[in-house]
Design a protein around this ligand. Structure first.
Ligand code: HEM
Length: 337
């Protein structure tokens, strides 16, 4: 079943866009990174993988557990449930690895995905547990972030119909009226769609705070000197809304990424972090988002349902990643104008 077949029974009624984008992002990551089909678009039922993952993330992000980590050691029913979920999630990861190993045994095998390279490397220097951890990292880092980014862009395109029309006009001009798989050159030409993606990553960076770093040498921040070995966290959310770098920072305005004369500090936009440990998947997600948004723009129109909870702004929760709580959108088939 493909994306459009999956969407058919979901037209003309409010649907949870985060869950839909999660299915799409998992499937895309599976294809590119693991050469694996998760089957998240095969049925309307919420896939077990998604419910187990959501549950694990909700426990990991619980502020109570973050403040009192020893709670996890207690013989509580909730801890047992959590460990069972981890075991089940490990089962999904092991299945990806085992399926790949079996495929690789075939003489005809010629896969070029990331997992194939990792397994080949693993024969030299990665042990079984490391490989499992790498796959789990890629699964989380690779789909959860893209899910949020796509959901937020679709939300704003529903909130501002004139932006949706402008983006659609650009996609039709470059790709034509029917959904096709775009070429790299065509994707590069989608300047306005790209600006939407960038503005979404500015206003709602899926990783609003970067993971902890320890200073190798003292640095000066404003009027403070942070000594060597201090642990620091970078607040991307705040940087992305700093009026020093952004005019009307709280306003969603993709146009700001179109004007070529805009001068900005190179660290004012850092949704993928910066430096040697920045995001390895940034080019992949930027391409993927352009493809998904253009396919939706060509095939559907969408609006916010009446009385939705996100009328004024998106309600958010943050564990280690930023996630909208509940965005519902109503899609209708677009009749070619
Ligand atoms: C909108 C989408 C994405 C955003 C906003 C994003 C953001 C980030 C950020 C900020 C980091 C650095 C974290 C830190 O240092 O604290 C990171 C690391 C990473 N990302 Fe992404 N990412 C995205 C998509 C992806 C995709 C699609 C993949 C995989 C295919 C991926 C794989 C990774 C990995 C493996 C790391 C760890 C790199 C390392 O530690 O050296 N990300 N990402």
């Amino acid at each position: 079943m493909d994306l459009f077949t999956f969407m058919n029974p979901n037209l003309n009624r409010p649907i949870n866009i985060i869950e839909t984008m999660r299915r799409i992002s998992i499937e895309a990551l599976g294809k590119f990174a693991f050469g694996y089909k998760f089957g998240c678009l095969e049925s309307q039922e919420v896939p077990r993988l998604i419910s187990v993952y959501d549950y694990i993330v909700s426990v990991l992000g619980s502020p109570f557990r973050l403040v009192f980590p020893w709670i996890s050691e207690l013989p509580l029913e909730s801890n047992k449930k959590y460990l069972d979920a981890i075991k089940e999630f490990d089962g999904f990861i092991n299945d990806i690895i085992e399926t790949k190993r079996n495929e690789m045994k075939k003489d005809s095998y010629n896969g070029h995905d990331l997992l194939t390279s990792m397994i080949k490397q693993g024969e030299i220097n990665i042990d079984k547990h490391q490989l499992r951890d790498e796959i789990a990292t890629f699964f989380t880092a690779g789909h959860d972030t893209t899910t949020t980014a796509l959901s937020v862009s679709l939300y704003f395109l529903a909130k501002y119909p004139e932006m949706q029309e402008k983006a659609r006009a650009e996609v039709i001009r470059i790709l034509g009226n029917e959904p096709i798989i775009p070429s790299l050159d065509q994707l590069k030409e989608l300047k306005y769609v790209n600006a939407i993606i960038k503005e979404t990553l500015r206003t709602h960076p899926p990783t609003p705070i970067l993971t902890v770093r320890r200073l190798k040498k003292p640095i000066k921040v404003g009027s403070y000197i942070l000594p060597i070995n201090s642990t620091c966290m970078i607040n991307t959310w705040k940087i992305h809304r700093d009026p020093k770098y952004w005019e009307n920072p709280n306003q969603y305005n993709p146009e700001r990424f179109l004007s070529s004369d805009e001068k900005r500090d190179k660290f004012a936009w850092i949704p993928f972090s910066a430096g040697p440990r920045n995001c390895v998947g940034q080019n992949l997600t930027l391409l993927q988002q352009r493809v998904v948004l253009s396919m939706f723009l060509l095939r559907y129109k969408w609006v916010l349902p009446e009385n939705n909870v996100n009328k004024d702004k998106i309600l958010l929760k943050s564990h280690f990643l930023l996630t909208p709580i509940d965005i519902k959108l109503v899609f209708t088939e677009r009749i070619n104008e």
